[in-house]
Design a protein. Structure first.
Lengths: 187, 274
């Protein structure tokens, strides 16, 4: 199956995973990668700078009305929800927090599922609440593929464990397996 | 997840119906956000079919009011983004002070938190007595709440922190009277704010201003509507006036960009002299 977009969501303990995975990603990734990580306000450029330093892929903070390009990594800005439009552009939303979170992983996964349907792959990483679980359900409802970080390898296992329990997921990945898995999605 | 949801095609029908029935034009709103909010309301009010939802909207103007209130985003704070207010204090207010009469337009004011923040700022710079803040929103229900000048007491701790972050030196709690669970702001501030409905999509310019603030409204609009609204602001702004947008919004690459100069590091632009 073709992967047309990869969305990765995480909360507490997920940054270490991303920092471990990013150096192993191939430089010619054939789809956009979107990262939604819970974090404090006012820490905007830090995360994109940190991830950019670990990969040859082009990393940027997502901007509103921006078209999703293959081979780019987009980071959800702090304190806004990040949504995907049918035109495959990104939009931002400052509505109520979802699962006490803004950006909410559910919101991004759900709107991405609406657009990419069975060509979407989502991975839910370490975290301490269940944000992202309903998002994974939406992905499966559109026949996309849903993965979680193997809870045994997560600093905070609650989020991926909830995903594994409440969603008919396609698999569990250890941080060591993730880069190879993502590279293997290339077309 | 609710089993019944409105799909993209039904949403398009609904938007053109609402324009015809009520003259409210949402057709240039970004869809993902709008669809999410319409479906949220659909689930909240337990509709079982699109036809039922549509019929209710067609026949019940009071329900349409609820629709407008629920699908527009009304999340706001006092002194939100403290560094933005700090920039207003340092870069904008000293220049506004040179005018005999200061007119400010706050577009998309929602429940009024930013309007009262602005009034406090003007008060602290001894400019409030010669200033008038026109605070507008398309949603009459939020304006009614804004007019009361009363906000939940539980939020005051956060607002006070924001205020201090913005460079505020006074005791924030001196600006309101606590009563049970609410904080009522001094009438001094309310007396300098005019709350009024204005729809950025369909209404025209109504005055000339030295400062226009419109933060986190344009993100809900498609590019063409963004451009139209920025032209409306440009037509409503005196030369050397200021335009302030939300932290993720910009005038870059729009038709008005060339006559504006950005204050470095801020989402505040100053109109060049003509």
């Amino acid at each position: 199956m073709n992967c047309e977009a990869l969305f990765i969501g995480g909360s507490a303990g997920s940054l270490d995973v991303l920092l471990k995975v990013f150096p192993g990603l191939r430089a010619d990734i054939s789809f956009p990668i979107v990262i939604i990580v819970h974090r404090k306000r006012g820490t905007d450029s830090l995360l994109s700078d940190l991830l950019a330093s670990r990969t040859t892929l082009r990393v940027k903070e997502a901007e509103e009305k921006e078209a999703l390009e293959n081979g780019w990594v987009y980071i959800a800005p702090a304190d806004y929800h990040l949504l995907v439009e049918q035109t495959r552009t990104l939009s931002l939303d400052y509505s109520e927090k979802v699962n006490y979170s803004r950006p909410s992983i559910d919101v991004s996964f759900q709107t991405a599922a609406d657009v990419y349907r069975d060509k979407l792959i989502c991975i839910l990483l370490s975290g301490s609440n269940a944000d992202g679980v309903e998002g994974l359900q939406a992905v499966k409802a559109q026949d996309g593929r849903a993965f979680v970080q193997h809870p045994d390898t997560a600093q905070v296992p609650y989020m991926p464990a909830q995903g594994a329990e409440r969603v008919a997921i396609d698999g569990q990945l250890t941080p060591e397996e993730m880069a190879q898995f993502i590279n293997g999605l290339n077309t | 997840m609710t089993t019944h949801t409105i799909n993209d095609e039904q949403l398009e029908f609904l938007l053109s119906d609402l324009l015809e029935w009520y003259g409210y034009d949402f057709t240039d709103y970004t869809r993902a956000s709008l669809k999410r909010r319409v479906n949220r309301l659909f689930g909240l009010d337990k509709f079982v079919s699109f036809a039922e939802f549509r019929y209710r909207l067609q026949t019940d103007p009071i329900y349409f009011k609820r629709f407008v209130e629920q699908i527009t985003v009304n999340v706001t704070e006092m002194f939100r983004d403290p560094e933005f207010y700090s920039a207003l204090r340092k870069e904008v207010l000293p220049n506004l002070g040179t005018y005999p009469m200061i007119r400010i337009w706050l577009a998309g004011c929602s429940t009024g938190e930013e309007a009262y923040s602005m009034a406090i700022l003007l008060h602290e710079h001894n400019l409030l007595q010669k200033a008038l803040i026109y605070a507008t929103d398309l949603n009459p229900a939020v304006l009614e709440r804004a007019g009361r000048g009363t906000f939940p007491l539980a939020y005051m701790k956060q607002y006070s922190e924001n205020y201090i972050g913005s460079g505020g030196k006074n005791d924030f709690s001196a600006y309101y009277t606590a009563n049970y669970n609410s904080a009522k702001f001094d009438d001094l501030f309310r007396s300098k704010i005019i709350f009024s409905t204005h729809n950025l999509v369909s209404d025209h310019s109504f005055n000339e201003f030295q400062l226009i603030l419109c933060r986190n409204v344009l993100i809900y609009f498609e590019r063409n509507l963004q451009a139209k609204v920025l032209e409306l602001f440009d037509n409503s702004l005196e030369s050397l006036g200021y335009l302030a947008l939300g932290s993720k919004e910009t005038i870059d690459f729009t038709s008005i960009a060339k006559v504006y100069k950005r204050i470095p590091g801020q989402k505040i632009w100053r109109k060049r002299s003509s």
